[in-house]
Design a protein. Structure first.
Length: 256
């Protein structure tokens, strides 16, 4: 999928809908933001951009202020959801990313659920490198536990292999970047920098978490794959659960 095909596909999916874009400020979500801005896709839908600046030390208040002003001038609704929660500095690396995601998720839901409507679309920046690391993570867990198919973590990961998840009542969680590796996203964004939408000041200190390390190894190795290939590997080795199985746990699990 080319960048033009991506913008057309995204335009077709979001046109006329109420859309919540969960924007973390990393390369993947920044590319998605750039496409939304460059192709004026925010004019095609009722868009709300939502950022939970957590952990707070990696976000620059100066950059956030600049970004807020820029998006406001474009008429884009930008919600900054701050939380007072913290992650202990001595937490086990294995638990850091899941804990951070849970805190971000809880803050988003606190804002979103009171106004949730049928037909909403939620955009996230999951990409091909994410899927590759999720697949290897499941292989490791399989070796460790021998039975993973009933765990919430397995349901959360396997759901990411669906480009669009129908959470029921017309609510969709859409991941437009599943055809793009981290290398492709990074190189494209660096070559086409959009300085007005930079909000992160540094990398997260929890980058040694297992899933993050796996992703980094794939990026450094420059392994060539595709969404279809990785999804096929996952289906052959683990199987993607049915919608009924997914819906045994709340859709919130799949947001980030």
């Amino acid at each position: 999928m080319t960048k033009n095909e991506l913008q057309q596909s995204l335009k077709d999916f979001i046109s006329g809908k109420r859309v919540y874009f969960l924007w973390s400020g990393g390369d993947d979500s920044n590319l998605l933001m750039k496409i939304i801005l460059d192709f004026n896709l925010y004019k095609e839908c009722n868009l709300t951009v939502v950022t939970v600046p957590f952990p707070q030390h990696v976000y620059s208040e100066m950059k956030i202020e600049k970004c807020t002003h820029y998006l406001s001038e474009l008429g884009i609704d930008f919600k900054l959801l701050y939380t007072k929660k913290e992650i202990s500095q001595d937490i086990n690396y294995t638990d850091t990313c899941p804990t951070c995601k849970i805190i971000r998720r809880e803050k988003f839901l606190e804002y979103y659920l009171p106004q949730k409507k049928d037909g909403d679309t939620i955009l996230t920046g999951h990409n091909l490198s994410d899927l590759m690391s999720y697949y290897v993570e499941q292989c490791i867990i399989q070796l460790e536990l021998h039975n993973i198919s009933s765990s919430n973590r397995f349901l959360e990961i396997s759901n990411k292999f669906l480009r669009t998840y129908d959470a029921g009542n017309g609510l969709y969680i859409h991941r437009p970047l599943l055809d793009f590796s981290e290398n492709e996203i990074h190189s494209f964004f660096i070559e086409n920098v959009h300085s007005q939408i930079q909000i992160l000041s540094q990398k997260c200190i929890w980058s040694a978490q297992r899933k993050r390390l796996l992703q980094e190894y794939f990026v450094k190795a420059n392994i060539i794959s595709s969404f279809g290939h990785v999804k096929n590997l996952f289906e052959k080795n683990f199987g993607i659960p049915s919608l009924d199985e997914f819906r045994n746990i709340s859709f919130e699990t799949y947001l980030v």
